[in-house]
Design a protein around this ligand. Sequence first.
Ligand SMILES: [Zn+2]
Length: 280
Amino acid sequence: MSLHDEPLQFRVLGTFEITRGNRRCTPTAPKQRALLALLALHANEFVATRRIVDQLWTRGAPRSAIAALHGYVTAVRRALTPGWNSSRNSHPILNTRPAGYVLCLEPHQLDLTRFRELAKRAQAEIAVGDCARAREAIAAALGLWRGAPLADLRETGVFDHDISRLEKEYLELLRNRFDVMLCHGDGHLAVRELEELCTDYPLRERFHEQLMLALCQADRRADALTAYARAYRELSSHAGIEPGPRLRAMHQVILSGDDPFDRGHRHLAGAVTRRSPAGR
Ligand SMILES: [Zn+2]
């Protein structure tokens, strides 16, 4: 296989990177990078020229924007496919459509597609009660996460909405990860990370709830009550609200000395219950 035949790989779950084999093909010009990142986030979807212009020129597009965009498209096509000739009508992956473009990527060419597939699979495995398989899918998905998405394009402000959506998907995956760990009685392994998440995302009640469960599983009920007090403080000081019904109920169960795992991850709650109170 010649270098030219190797498939391009697009990565958005970290800094934006495009590689072909060992070779980096990411354009250095900021607008060209942003254009490709935008198309990659919407891989295999039609993206209107109007929308691209609006998004790339955040402070209002000059009259020359459309012509400039055509220039960027030609430049990135060459960067992606060495030897590509602009007099040809078609490009192997960046296709022109009436009033827009489509970047055609196979699932294995984009980390985001694989990440979403794995996250969806994990969710489905949890739903049918196979937490061991869910755990594998979650680990594989987390292996694709290299850090803050599109970290090098963050300053442009172009991707604020996309970045926050990706971060939500990541937090959702973490939530499933801790559910699965708790389901397997591994709460003691989750305490430190959950404490950090509760600090970073003080308004996410599910992380507080999972931290309380993890502490109970680690035979640290008193600390679980302290964690609740902290959640209470955080919620009231940051958002002026009280803990929601789930968190309050969890607090009551721990206070009363009942088994909190009845309220945790449902389908294997019984299995974990039988391992308490010694837990682990
Ligand atoms: Zn489970």
